[in-house]
Structure formats: C-alpha cells, structure tokens
Ligand binder design. Structure first.
Ligand code: ADP
Ligand code: ASP
Ligand code: MG
Length: 826
C-alpha cells in the first residue's frame, strides 16, 4: 500500500466490496471483520452483497408470489446475529429481520393480487437481501470494536426508474454519496452500505442488475475519488479462465481497464461489466482479492498492465446466447435497414453483444430472455430472420491482440473440429470473439486454455509497474498484506516459469534483480556476455559469506506445476529452487542481524561457466571468506566434487560400396574397436572421491547404410577423481593411435570446505566452484536430488526446499560465528 496519513481528512478512502460468498455465514463475517480491521488506516468504505443465495431466493419468491422458501434464509441471518452480536444487538437485529419478513410478506401478497407493477415490487423485495446483510455487517463490525455506521445505499446511489437494471445518475450520485459519507469518514467512522440497490429521484427502490454490487462499489469509489476499489470475492483475482470450467486457471496479476472490461462483458462473472467504467474515468485501480485467502496476491486492474509473451491473458465465455441473422427485404437502403433494426433492440432494451454484417444481411448475438419472441416478431417486418438458439460466445483477451500476427490462426487451429459461427476481431484492440454451439463451449475453452495459457507464454514475463492514480507507480505484486513476500515455493515456481536455458538468462536475471531490490539489496548486473547478465546482490555490509548458484538450466524448458509434495518444472532442483532457498535464508539471516551476506547468481553453469569465470574477476571476491555454492546435494554438505575431462575421439576410413567391404576401411568399425578397449580400461580410484567413470555420450559418423563409413566420432565425458594426467595416459594407451584425441575441457576434482555437524557426501558432478577460486573457501550444498536434475520430470520436494532454507541459515550462522573446523582448498 502507498503511504497514507493515519486518518487525515484529505487522504482518499478505499472502497472494500464483499460479495455474497464473503458473507455466507458467521465464519465469513468474521473473516470480513479482520480484513476491514487490517485496512482500517486506508479509511474503508464497506459495500456488501446479500448473503449468498438470498437474492436468488427473493427473486424466486416474487415469481412464485410466495414466501414459503424464505424462512431458512432468514434463519441464516439470525444465526450470524446470535453468534457474533451481544444479546441486545442481536435482539435489535432480530426485530429488524421480523419487520423485513412482514414487509416482504405484504409485497408478495400484492404481487399475488396483481397490485402494483411487478418489476417494481421485485426490486423492492430483492433489496432486502442487501439491506439485511449490510445492517448485520455494520453490527458485527461494531461488536468487534470497529466504528462502523450503517448507511442506506438508497440515499447515495441515484438511478433512473428502469426496474431490474436501473442506470445511475452519476453527478447526482456523486453529490449524494459525498454528502452522506464524507462527514462519517471525517469523523473516523467506517460507512457500511448494501451494494446492488439504489433509488430513483422520486425515492422508488431500484436495483443495478445481477452482480451489481461491484458496480455500486465502483460508483462510490469514483464519487469519493477513492485510492483504490477492492473487490473481495471467493477466488484469488481474475483468472485465465472460469475456474469452474478450467481447473488449471491461474491468477492474472495485472489487467488493463480495457482487458478487464472485455472479460467482464463476455462472461467473467468475477466482475460486473459496468464496474470498470467509473474506475477508469477517475483512474482508480481496482483490486480483486480472495476473502478466504487474503494473503494471496490477486489482480490489479489499472491503466497499464504487463503484456504476456503469448499476448493472450484470459478466455471468457458466456452461454445462453442466441444468434439472429436478419436478411434485408431490400426495400430499405442499407442505412435505413440498420437504423430500423437497432431501433427494435433499443425499444426492447435488449443489449446486442457481437455484430457482423454483409451487404444484405446482419448477424448478431443477444442473451436469451423473455423479450426475444417479441423482438424476433418485429425484426420479421424488416426481413427474413433466422434464429439460432443455444449458442455460446467465447472471447480471447489480451492487450496487443490486434497487432500480434498469428493469434487467430492459432485459436482456430486449436478448435478446428468445433463449428464456429460468427467471428469478430478488431472491434476492440484487446479481444477476439466468436460463437460456438453451447454444448461445445466447455471443450473449446478447455482446449484454448491448454494451448494458449498453460505453457510459458501463458504467464507474465516481467512484472511491470501498474500505473495507478495520477501517474503514481504501484507494484504489480501482492500489495494487500505488506508481509506478502513470496514463499520459497512460490518464488521457485515464478523462477521456473521464466525460461532460462543457457544463453537465454536475461529475463530471469532482470526479474530476480527486481525482486532483490524490493527486498532491499543493492543489485549489480554482471555482464558476462552480451545479453547474459549475472547478478550480484549486496547489503550495506562487506560480503563475507556469499550464497551462489546459477541462473541457467538445461533444455528443454517446461513450465512449473505442483502437488502436495513436489514442485515440478525445468530448473526445479537445478537450480531455481536453490535460488529461492538461498534468498529465503538470506532474508532470515538479515533479520537476525547477520548482514555480511551477499548473493551471486551466474549464467552458463550448464555449458562453459562463462558467468563464473567473469564473476571471478569481481573486486568484491577478495572480501568474501566463504562461498556457499548451491547444487542439488540432497541437503548434504559435499566434501568433494569429482572433476571432469571431456574428450572427442575421431576415426577416419576409406569409403566404398558396402557390397565390397574389402575395398574400403570403415571408420565406424575402427571406432567401435577403440571404444571397446576404452570401456575395458581400469581407471584410477581415490579414497576421498571414489571411482573415475567414463560415459560415451555421443557417437556419430558414416554416410549411408550401404556406404563404407569414411568418418566417425565419439564424445566422452570422464569424471575425474585424480588429476587429468594419469587418465589421459590410460586413454591414449587404449586408443593406440587408431583415433585422433581432442581434449575439449578438463577440470580437476575439488575438495570442499567441511563444517562439523552437517551430513556430508561426495558428488560426481562438476560445478562452478573451480572457476570461482577468488571467492574464498568453497562449500557445496543444496536441496533437491541430482537424480532429478536434467530429467523430463525435474522436481524438488517442498519439504526439502524448506529444509534447504534451514540448512543455509544454520550454515551461515556457524560460518559467521567463525566455527569452521576444517578449511582445506584443493
Ligand atoms: P461475488 O459473490 O463475490 O460477487 P461472483 O460469484 O459474482 O462473486 O464472482 C466470482 C466467481 O466468478 C468465481 O467464483 C468464479 O466461479 C467466477 N468466474 C468466472 N470467470 C472467472 C474468471 N475469469 N476469473 C475468476 N473468476 C471467474
Ligand atoms: N446480490 C446481488 C446478486 O446476487 C448483487 C451482487 O451480489 O452483486 O446479483
Ligand atoms: Mg459478483
């Protein structure tokens, strides 16, 4: 949150809107109370929906002209009051409830006798949902020592008198809302209002349409020029698809106003379609957050939002759609035809969603409803009308859609066997919209989500600042709780999802740099090769203990996922989980007052270690006493790591027709003989490191199955437990001149620093340690198993990750206390 003075009058308030599920029972009311308390300094104005299910029940009671199904809902209110209010307050609320019950009874009686206009009665009856929930919430907040004041929303929201979906009079609403609420805010009170309801200038109760409490919150936010409008609901923000359809849907951290409007309009129920406009007009950020998981970072909707690599951010869909195709009777010119046609929809107040035209006909979509037959009958006077019921609209949304080539092709290729009947792109810069049969909507959305939003492209690639009010910059990260620092598991997943196969480390380095700056480190980018920065993050103290690992991974990239036990994805254990563990450990150590710490993350460990070599020349290296290198050692402190010798063997032959082998000499046959002899070598062993091993990793050569092979080659990777010299002698003795030997690289085995009290091991793999010789005594330890590294199922156990953090903390503590027993360098 941006800084605010505690209760200065000039500080703008924050609107907190709680949906029906956020006040479904006593436990939910308690959660709301704690959220309001946490936001107290933000000068909250609370807007609340009816308890979940109540609006539906009240509407049904009007249709049935009977209150028979309402008692259980009254009872739910009573239970909350009895649980959370003191006896006197509960009795007052029960009296209010009784009065409501009687009034609803009278209204339903009139409805059954045909008295009054039914739509008006309906609004009057349904308004009790929000009137009761808001009064109850005001009581609950007051009972928990929050200075809440109930305000009748009908005195603030002024509308026209269209029953069922009234339109607000914004200037009048601004004036009334300020007059009602500003004095309360100035007195340090917390106004609590029902959403969804308002009143016409003549004082008749109206409603803003289903889901309209979001709209109420936005109108009040705009009227009060709020700092922020928070929509508290039952999901952690706007997701990449409707979670009831797509299980893997994930939170979108930031959306532009345009993106959010399109999503809401085309079916993302989490936001009322009209709720964006008032926020946009005043430039107020809208934050969508989960009242059951307030610590989750939700979604921020603001003027600017990050672009995603794959452009598409979310897929909305809306069922219950009818397509109408009207072919002009040709008696009217094109203008006359269109005007007459839209007048029909206007008269019936029927919104049209998607429109496409040809010279003589026009197709459009409307929502199913009672007015449809009358509309169709009128349209038939203008031309031939074809009605296609049971359709669904699907809407793919992302800033940049119009300017990014290839998206439409990808979309329609993904659902090529599903019939698409109407397509619209370009009407807005952010969406591609089309119509399918209702029965195929779920399948289409699921497939599109898998294709567009479940890979690396379906995630944000950089956390850009979202511009909030007046050009002030807000972070796109989790802002609701100041303590919402990502956990090691969360950070591991975020890091995995930014691909960084060796050579392509820049995006992950920049992301991590931003994170570390937020944590208060000074961050230096180490330019190891063009576009391949490493990172060095320091505190204000000299770096005596440096946690170090690498940013790059082996190919191929695959995105993160998790279950109860593991986080999966490329780099999970090698080494992105380790980065997260080192950062978490450093954070804890700093909190304990150990500040002589730094973090060094290098590129290219998986290839030629150019990052480590470059870092070795850094002036801070000499200040460092202990370099704690992270690699997956199953949380054991490695006392040694084997060296490596990479070798290329080449053989030459004489080509010829394979039917006459005696006329040529096969390079492949020679190579196979040589390799057989290499495999028979008795390599040296060393007590502290174990055995030398030799892997024949690649063999190749030849020109065709019917050609005597003119050349052949093999690549070997030998793990050294001694110097390279005796191994080279053994190799050359076995090859006996039959192949040319090229030594590609050689790294000797390394002895590492041991610290008493930690489990130890010897590792077979090589690391950056030999290239970081200037950085003090090396230690090697990290969570995760080398047996999972480089595999298609790379993963790290969550428990190991946590243990890793603990281990790094303990290690640094004992190093800091200068308790190192042995310090031997190879
Ligand atoms: P509230 O009662 O808090 O206003 P709603 O039921 O109106 O909540 O909206 C939240 C619901 O919207 C979610 O539970 C979810 O099922 C649905 N929903 C549909 N599409 C999306 C989406 N893209 N992102 C998040 N939620 C969505
Ligand atoms: N209670 C109303 C509804 O269910 C308004 C809302 O919850 O936003 O539609
Ligand atoms: Mg809603």
């Amino acid at each position: 949150m941006t800084g605010r003075s505690p209760s200065g009058e000039s500080t703008p308030p924050t609107v907190l809107k709680f949906g029906g599920t956020s006040v479904e029972d006593a436990a939910a009311f308690e959660r709301v109370t704690e959220i309001v308390r946490a936001e107290r300094r933000a000068r909250p104005v609370v807007v609340v929906s009816a308890m979940s299910g109540v609006t539906d029940a009240l509407l049904a009671s009007v249709d049935a002209a009977s209150a028979a199904d309402l008692p259980p809902h009254f009872e739910r209110h009573r239970v909350v009051a009895r649980c959370l209010l003191d006896a006197a307050a509960a009795a007052r609320f029960e009296a209010e409830l009784e009065a409501a019950r009687e009034e609803i009874g009278r209204l339903l009686e009139r409805a059954s006798q045909g008295g009054g206009t039914l739509p008006r009665l309906r609004d009057e009856v349904v308004s009790f949902g929000e009137r009761l929930s808001s009064s109850l919430l005001a009581g609950v907040l007051a009972a928990r020592d929050l200075p809440a004041s109930w305000v009748d929303a009908r005195r603030c929201i002024v509308t026209n008198d269209v029953a069922g979906r009234a339109d607000p009079d914004f200037p009048e609403t601004c004036a009334r809302a300020r007059a009602q609420l500003s004095p309360l805010l100035a007195a340090g009170r917390i106004p609590v209002l029902g959403g969804f309801i308002g009143a016409s200038a003549g004082g008749v109760t109206t409603t803003l349409g289903r889901g309209g409490s979001d709209y109420s919150a936005a109108l009040l936010g705009a009227a009060l020029d709020a700092e922020e409008i928070q929509i508290w609901t039952d999901v952690s923000g706007v997701l990449t698809a409707d979670p009831r359809v797509v299980r893997n849907a994930h939170t979108i951290p930031t959306l532009s106003y345009a993106e959010a409007s399109e999503l809401a309009y085309f079916g993302a129920k989490v936001l009322h379609p009209k709720s964006i406009q008032p926020a946009l007009v005043r430039g107020i950020p809208v934050r969508i957050v989960n009242s059951r998981a307030p610590q989750d970072s939700g979604t921020v909707v603001a003027a600017e939002a990050e672009l995603w690599p794959g452009t598409v951010k979310s897929i909305a869909h809306k069922t219950g759609i009818t397509v109408l195709q009207i072919t002009s009777a040709r008696m009217l010119g094109a203008y006359g035809f269109l005007r007459a046609l839209f007048e029909v929809f206007d008269r019936h107040r029927m919104p049209v969603d998607v429109v496409t035209t040809s010279e003589v006909s026009l197709s459009l979509t409307v929502e199913d409803g009672a007015a449809l037959p009358a509309v169709v009958a009128e349209l038939e006077t203008l031309g031939e009308v074809r009605v296609e019921p049971r359709r669904a609209i699907i809407c793919v949304v992302g800033e940049g859609l119009r300017t990014t080539p290839g998206i439409a092709a990808r979309v329609f290729e993904t659902i090529r066997d599903i019939n698409v009947s109407l397509i619209s792109q370009g009407a807005s810069r952010v969406n591609l919209t089309f119509v399918v049969d209702e029965g195929q909507a779920r399948e289409a959305v699921t497939r599109l989500h898998a294709a567009l939003l479940e890979g690396p492209a379906g995630r944000p690639d950089r956390r850009t600042a979202v511009r909030g009010r007046g050009g002030r910059s807000r972070s796109a990260g989790p802002p609701v709780r100041p303590s919402a620092r990502p956990t090691a598991v969360e950070l591991t997943r975020r890091l995995i999802d930014i691909p960084s196969v060796s050579g392509d480390e820049e995006a992950v380095a920049r992301f991590l740099g931003g994170q570390l700056e937020q944590l208060g480190y000074g961050v230096e980018y180490l330019e190891s090769a063009p576009g391949r920065p490493g990172l060095f993050a320091t505190t204000d103290a000299a770096p005596r203990i440096v946690f170090c690992t690498h940013l790059d991974t082996v190919p191929p990239f695959f995105a993160s996922s998790e279950d109860d036990e593991f986080v999966y994805g490329r780099g999970a254990c090698d080494a992105k989980g380790i980065i997260a563990a080192q950062i978490a450990a450093a954070h804890r150590l700093r909190a304990e007052g150990i500040r002589e710490l730094a973090l060094l993350f290098v590129v290219d460990e998986e290839k030629g270690s150019i990052g480590a070599r470059a870092a070795n020349g850094h002036p801070a290296a000499r200040q460092c006493r202990w370099l704690v290198v992270g690699e997956p050692t199953e949380n054991k402190l490695a006392t040694g790591s084997k060296g490596s010798l990479r070798v290329l063997l080449r053989t030459d032959g004489t080509g010829g027709h394979s039917a006459y082998p005696e006329r040529g000499r096969s390079a492949i046959h020679t190579l196979l003989d040589v390799l057989a002899d290499v495999r028979a070598i008795a390599w040296p062993t060393a007590p502290e490191f174990g055995e030398t091993t030799c892997n024949i990793g690649i063999i190749g050569g030849g020109a065709g199955a019917n050609v005597i092979a003119p050349d052949a080659r093999a690549e070997l990777h030998i793990r050294l437990v001694t110097d390279a010299a005796p191994v080279r002698a053994l190799l050359e003795g076995a090859v006996r001149g039959r192949a040319r030997i090229e030594y590609l690289s050689a790294t000797p085995p390394v002895r590492l620093t041991a610290v008493p009290g930690f489990d130890t091991c010897v590792v077979g793999f090589t690391t950056d340690v030999p290239h970081l010789s200037n950085w003090g005594a090396p230690l090697l330890v990290g969570p995760g198993s080398i047996h999972d590294a480089h595999t298609a199922g790379e993963r790290i156990a969550k428990a190991d990750l946590e243990r890793g953090v603990e281990l790094y903390v303990q290690l640094a503590r004992s190093l800091h206390a200068d308790a190192v027993a042995t310090e031997v360098r190879a």
